[in-house]
Write a new protein. Structure first.
Length: 171
């Protein structure tokens, strides 16, 4: 029993090396298998070494912002801003629907989510995708910002961007 247990434990400590065989099947197609088929000439395939990465230690958790100050703090994101919005002209969105992008570096961490602010109030559902869509936004001037949140805590907030939405008015 002990030799079997020892053999089993040792097998978990070493990487498994499998051999792959290449051969031509009865229909003339090239096929691959981990076992050479009986009665068919098969050649062993030389495989390159497997890619591997080292596990990175978790980063220190970000500190919540004091008094909702949008300035970065220790452990927070070095870059957080809305991009792709016009700054010198109105945004034309005939039905009031448009998409904005978030530039965040480093990428969004663990439990953090992005929450869009429209005119100082949360808009839509928080998510982890750096592309946010606004739907049926009234024409006129609006202020947009994005927050990184952890539950109900604001980790960091981007500077607010003011833009004017231009859309068709229906009487």
């Amino acid at each position: 029993m002990r030799p079997l247990l020892l053999l089993l434990l040792l097998s978990f400590n070493f990487p498994v090396m499998a051999q792959i065989y290449r051969y031509t099947d009865a229909a003339g197609n090239t096929a691959y298998s981990n076992q050479p088929p009986a009665g068919v000439e098969a050649r062993a395939v030389d495989l390159p070494p497997l890619n591997s990465i080292e596990r990175q230690p978790p980063s220190a958790p970000a500190q919540p912002l004091a008094d909702n100050n949008p300035e970065p703090i220790h452990g927070a994101y070095e870059k957080l801003e809305l991009i792709g919005l016009p700054t010198t002209e109105a945004l034309r969105a005939n039905n009031g629907t448009f998409t904005i992008n978030v530039l965040i570096k480093p990428r969004l961490q663990g439990p953090h989510l992005l929450r869009l602010l429209l005119d100082g109030r949360p808009y839509g559902q928080p998510g982890n995708v750096p592309t946010l869509q606004l739907v049926n936004i009234d024409r006129g001037e609006h202020r947009l910002a994005v927050q990184v949140i952890d539950g109900e805590n604001v980790v960091q907030q981007s500077p607010a961007v003011t833009l004017t939405v231009q859309r068709v008015h229906k009487p």
